[in-house]
Design a protein around this ligand. Structure first.
Ligand code: SAH
Ligand code: MG
Length: 220
């Protein structure tokens, strides 16, 4: 799958990227440093980064939660969609990833507006619950835990707040036969979609980016 754009024609992608220039020098440098630090190249694509910024702004988000920090690329995009007092709590399992991300937030001039929580998100999220409700939750970590993260978002977003979940197509596996070692992830992603589409807690859609970006608004 093309990770950068939900259209097969590369000329369309080029047109959009050269018109909207979604990746500035700071983000380019974060992408390069993340690669050089040996982290996997699985951060959001350049236009997906712009989606995060734009959607955060559209939601009027000020208090944002991210699950799956990696090198900080998407976290910077989220914060750029918030006002000057916007704050991001971002959760990362791997301490090395968290170190790289901390440097990214410094380089982007955002160090004072973010806290990187290190450890398994499902356990660490409790640490910020006293600050709820939040305006936006972005989910981009271990796919088997998406139902847990989505339920957490439902319980800690304000009415009208938004949840965004990356890789909603599960790399094309969403519609594959759930067999073998991938079965748990496929079943978890399908439960995630069932909750978004049918629980009554959300008004939701899936933006057809290369990866699929599920987007739910919490109903009051
Ligand atoms: N959102 C990032 C990319 C995240 S990649 C960006 O677009 O820039 C997924 C990240 O989730 C990895 O860094 C991985 O270490 C982290 N992760 C995996 N399982 C996790 C868990 N249980 N809790 C918190 N983070 C986890
Ligand atoms: Mg992702």
């Amino acid at each position: 799958m093309d990770k950068t754009f939900g259209q097969a024609d590369p000329k369309l992608r080029e047109y959009i990227e050269t018109t909207y220039h979604p990746e500035d020098a700071v983000l380019r440098d974060v992408r390069r440093r993340t690669r050089e630090a040996g982290l996997p190249e699985i951060q959001v694509g350049v236009l997906d980064g712009r989606h995060l910024t734009t959607l955060a702004a559209a939601l009027g988000a000020r208090r944002v939660v991210e699950i799956g920090t990696l090198g900080g690329y998407s976290g910077i995009c989220l914060l750029r969609g918030t006002p000057a007092d916007g704050f991001l709590h971002t959760f990362e399992l791997d301490p090395h990833h968290a170190d790289v991300a901390a440097e990214s937030f410094r380089a982007a001039g955002l160090a004072g507006r973010v806290r990187v929580h290190v450890g398994p998100a499902a356990e660490r999220l409790a640490a910020i619950e006293a600050e709820a409700p939040f305006d936006l939750v972005f989910v981009d970590a271990d796919k088997v835990s998406y139902p847990i993260y989505l339920d957490w978002a439902a319980r800690h977003l304000r009415p009208g707040g938004g949840v965004l979940l990356d890789n909603a197509f599960l790399f094309g596996e969403l519609v594959a036969e759930p067999r073998g070692e991938r079965a748990a992830a496929i079943e978890a992603m399908r439960r995630t979609h069932a909750e978004l589409a049918g629980s009554g807690r959300w008004l939701a859609t899936v933006l057809p980016t290369g990866e699929g970006l599920a987007f739910g608004v919490r109903l009051g």
